[in-house]
Design a protein around this ligand. Structure first.
Ligand code: NAP
Length: 285
């Protein structure tokens, strides 16, 4: 029952009404019997500082932060965790006795998805397709997990060069145009192939990044961070080629579960969260 003592959690962003976080976070809250609610607050660009002041004033326990505020919100917080500092983006704010700390749980969400599947990235040769907003957490996750090599294939190399240079202080990264023979050579050695482009996401389900599947070793893990549809053309083709496959559901739920751990200290039931997510996605069809 919601009472005067119930603590508030929420996601802020713009737009935010489509967010699935309230669905799976409330499922986790209910399963754990916590006296919290999780809602969504639309916050337009000019209102971000006021929203964070409101969090302080109303003692909101925690927030998830989504597009377009993940970078700009940092300046309104009291401290920033290491992952968030390195990524330059916060997706979780914890309010502990009035002190606001920013975290980034996307890294744990991405890595946790693979580990749940039984895949150990340490020492593996990773190939990443696309390098936009989501790729920063993926690159940092792969570096921290100790992959043996990381090759990034993109359509526009000059655009991605600054990002690769930024992370090159932690690990040597090869950046290639994905239409070149050199990239095909990298594909031949891949042990983990990740799609971090929106190609294949609903409603554009007939597309996928230009992978020459003849070069991809059978049996490797193909990881698509898209979760709508559950099986993208990239994953379907990978499965038919003989690869293990993983979609973006575990990453989405995993980042939310890590936020819940930070806010409440509990170990959330990720199976309950995934079930709620799947049901909500089904209802949207
Ligand atoms: P993004 O910044 O828009 O783009 C990612 C990359 O894809 C960029 O390298 C971009 O290249 C490339 N790309 C985009 N459209 C393309 C096209 N038509 N042809 C070739 N390359 C194209 O996207 P993002 O924010 O990183 O998100 C990528 C995907 O991940 C989305 O589908 C998103 O829903 C999903 N995602 C999932 C999770 C999760 O928790 N599972 C979390 C975050 C994101 P250019 O820079 O050249 O455009």
């Amino acid at each position: 029952m919601i009472t005067g003592k119930t603590k508030t959690l929420a996601v802020i962003g713009n737009p935010v009404a489509h967010s699935l976080s309230p669905v799976f976070q409330n499922a986790a809250i209910e399963a754990a019997g916590l006296d919290y609610i999780y809602t969504a607050f639309p916050v337009t660009d000019g209102k971000l500082e006021a929203a964070i002041n409101g969090m302080r004033a109303m003692e909101i326990s925690g927030l998830n932060v989504t597009i377009p505020h993940k970078e700009r919100v940092m300046k309104y917080l009291d401290s920033i965790d290491k992952d968030a500092e390195i990524l330059g983006a916060v997706n979780t704010i914890v309010n502990k006795d009035g002190v606001l700390t920013g975290y980034n749980t996307d890294v744990k969400g991405f890595v946790g998805g693979m580990k749940e599947k039984g895949f150990e990235p340490k020492g593996k040769k990773a190939v990443l397709l696309g390098a936009g907003g989501a790729a920063r957490a993926i690159i940092w996750g792969l570096i921290q997990e100790g992959v043996a090599s990381l090759t990034i294939g993109v359509r526009n190399v000059p655009k991605v060069r600054p990002l690769v240079e930024y992370f090159s202080k932690y690990m040597e990264i090869t950046l290639l145009d994905w239409s070149t023979a050199e990239f095909e050579t990298a594909l031949e050695k891949a042990e983990l192939l990740i799609n971090a482009t929106p190609l294949g996401m609903c409603p554009y389900v007939e597309t996928m990044p230009p992978v020459n599947w003849d070069k991809v070793p059978k049996g490797i893990l193909a990881y698509d961070i898209i979760y709508t549809p559950a099986e993208t053309l990239f994953l379907k083709t990978a499965r038919e080629h003989g690869c293990e496959t993983l979609n973006g559901e575990a990453m989405l739920v995993g980042q939310g579960a890590e936020s819940m751990r930070l806010w409440t200290g509990i170990e959330p039931d990720t199976e309950v969260m995934k079930k709620a997510l799947r049901q909500a996605l089904e209802e949207r069809k």
